[in-house]
Design a protein around this ligand. Structure first.
Ligand SMILES: [Zn+2]
Length: 650
């Protein structure tokens, strides 16, 4: 990989301790790793790893703290079938008593290559037709060594006829990206840090499209799906993804990759949606119909723009202590409101600029985001900064009382904070400068580079903001991040020419959300009831109360998250009935009567609420300048896309 400068500074020194006399790669060949995904449909990956060694004790490890996950969740618990051999003879191993990710072996004299066989039970990222290989499921490498100093050559075997999408560089002249059945695809030598950052997406129904070919370096989107028609994306969506590449190019004006691959996995059969950033690619695992029509696309519109933005903000520029030179040292999240918050902001803005969202949809989404933050009572005890510091213990957020606990609010708090900063710069400079200029300085540091990591601290953020517009940015940021603020930061919306308001009907975007993805913005799927801003509860379509707003009317009525609503005003529950009851109680004195069940107890309860239905929207403030409209305007022009696929090979 191209590496025209080194910017790892102090963090390199922290981990410069070798793993012992048995590993000294500087004079030896790269580790060879072959991932065999032939059994992916059976939820099994296999790997064969050959490590250059010399005699003596050796400690090998698998990754623990994975970049982008913001917590220690390396999949060591699912790594199984571990067998070491040396010169064809089995070699005993012992797990470390404290660090359970480490394996100890003693290399006999006369052995120069240690062979390891690993299996991994893969849950949640494979189906009968698709698989995602994150290399941490199969990697073993010397412990206590900076991972970028360990060279490794990867290869992969995929099920016959499946296509391969990855940012890794293929070598040899075999068929690619749909390899011949049973063949092994070899990739160029890289290092462990980059390999972990270079997943493989593979699938039977595979399409690879080139996006915006006039832009250098090259951009691809690799798509797999469980049924053939889904992987062949709509021309309209492809055109919008191509626009995304153009808009990001126009916004950031630098690249920190040699080529870029969006890895889009369209399936309803994996357990979790995933959006995971990498320097030269991104994993986007979304529902099968996520981009099939406008209603499904809306909650997914910022998915690719967000992960793509991370190539600049998160992968290239990374908070100093969030970067660690190994995958063992805990990663510190204090600046995640930059890493994730600014990515959330530019992700939404790029979605609008590229046409994935209309300007009106963008405003509707901002309304939903800002209202949700404004109605998060937990902001009375916990700062936004604390949600970032505590990120690793907030990743598995369950809905019950999450509004009192607060979740990973640094994403959306960051989004409206950066909107505040953007409109402040635009207004103060009479639209001559904007946060786009900050992005070009801060994320474009050093111009075009290959896949590098360049760390920053709070002071550099302030310094670069000051370069765009002199201001007391340190106070601006500390006030919003480190202080208790009972209400959300709505200054950006208001300076943008709009105000957050509430209506008795969902805004057009909220009304058009369909499928389970609707919950991304409302907390409930399309069949549920979003009564968050009225009685203060979320109910699923099958009557389960997902959460109750702390100090809201439903909380006053002592309703418990996890309860099931049996009846509303004497009639068996339905979503429509609950909405009608909230509407009908408006301006009257009679409360809303509910019968609820929790465990095996049934009780009656009354919600004394008379304000009617309430849903957020942004209203234009006439007579003010609409900076928000300027922000969502495209910077680049649009062109069509090209493709090659498994279908083309038949
Ligand atoms: Zn992110």
């Amino acid at each position: 990989m191209r590496s025209n400068r080194r910017t790892f500074c102090a963090v390199t020194i922290l981990s410069a301790v070798l793993s012992g006399p048995a590993w000294a790669q500087s004079v030896k060949a790269p580790i060879q790793i072959t991932a065999d995904l032939s059994d992916a449909p059976r939820m099994l990956f296999h790997s064969e790893v050959d490590l250059p060694v010399s005699a003596g004790p050796l400690t090998l490890t698998t990754p623990k703290w994975l970049p982008g996950h913001h917590r220690a969740n390396g999949p060591v618990d699912n790594i199984t079938g571990v067998v070491f051999t040396a010169n064809g003879q089995p070699l005993a191993w012992r797990r470390d008593d404290v660090d359970l990710y480490q394996f100890h072996v003693t290399i006999p004299s006369g052995v120069s290559t240690l062979h390891a066989h690993l299996d991994c039970i893969v849950l949640g990222t494979v189906t009968q037709k698709t698989a995602v290989l994150d290399w941490e499921t199969l990697m073993l490498y010397p412990a206590n060594t900076p991972v970028r100093d360990i060279s490794i050559q990867p290869s992969v075997i995929v099920p016959a006829g499946w296509g391969v999408g990855t940012a890794l560089t293929p070598t040899g002249d075999g068929a690619y990206p749909v390899p011949a059945a049973g063949s092994t695809v070899h990739f160029a030598v890289t290092n462990v840090e980059q390999l972990q950052d270079s997943p493989i997406l593979t699938g039977q129904y595979f399409h690879e499209f080139v996006l915006a070919p006039e832009i250098s370096p090259k951009h691809f989107i690799d798509v797999v799906a469980d049924v053939p028609e889904d992987s062949n994306l709509r021309p309209q969506v492809l055109a919008e993804f191509a626009n995304l590449v153009r808009e990001a190019d126009a916004l950031y004006r630098s690249h920190h990759y040699n080529h870029y691959h969006f890895l889009l996995d369209l399936t309803d059969f994996t357990t979790a949606e995933i959006g995971l950033e990498h320097g030269q690619s991104s994993e986007e695992g979304v529902s099968e119909k996520a981009f099939s029509d406008e209603g499904h696309q809306l909650p997914n519109a910022d998915f690719l723009p967000h992960e793509f933005t991370h190539s600049w903000n998160g992968k290239y520029r990374r908070p100093l202590y969030l970067y660690q030179a190994d995958f063992v040292t805990p990663q510190q999240g204090a600046l995640l409101w930059v890493y994730e918050g600014m990515t959330q902001y530019f992700g939404t803005i790029l979605a609008a600029r590229s046409g994935l969202l209309s300007p009106a949809q963008c405003r509707d989404i901002l309304a939903m985001v800002a209202a949700n933050l404004d109605y998060t009572p937990g902001r009375a005890w916990r700062t936004t900064g604390d949600t970032a510091v505590a990120s690793s213990i907030l990743r598995d957020g369950k809905p019950a009382w999450s509004n009192w606990k607060r979740g990973q609010d640094y994403y959306t708090e960051g989004e409206i904070l950066w909107l505040d900063a953007d409109t402040l710069i635009r207004k103060t400079t009479n639209n001559q400068k904007s946060l786009d200029d900050f992005a070009r300085i801060f994320l474009g540091k050093g111009g075009n580079t290959g896949p590098l990591i360049d760390t920053y601290n709070f002071d550099e953020v302030v310094r670069d903001l000051n370069e765009v517009m002199p201001y007391d940015w340190a106070t601006f940021l500390h006030d919003r991040i480190d202080k208790i603020n009972l209400h959300a930061d709505l200054a950006g919306i208001e300076r943008g020419g709009y105000k957050l308001a509430y209506a008795d009907k969902p805004n057009p975007s909220e009304a058009s959300l369909s499928g389970k993805d609707a919950a991304y913005y409302t907390g409930v799927d399309e069949h549920g009831v979003n009564a968050w801003y009225s009685v203060g509860l979320l109910a699923s379509g099958d009557a389960n109360i997902l959460d109750v707003r702390w100090n809201g009317p439903a909380d006053e009525a002592k309703i418990v998250p996890g309860s099931k609503i049996i009846a509303v005003n004497g009639q068996a529950y339905s979503s429509d009935l609950l909405r009608a009851a909230i509407r009908d109680a408006k301006g009257k004195s009679e409360p809303i009567h509910l019968i609820v069940q929790l465990d095996n107890s049934v009780s009656t309860t009354d919600i004394d609420y008379h304000g009617g239905e309430r849903y957020p929207l942004l209203e234009r403030v006439e007579g003010t300048l609409a900076y928000l409209d300027d922000i969502t305007k495209p910077l680049a022009s649009s062109q069509p896309a090209q493709s090659k696929s498994t279908a083309d090979k038949k």
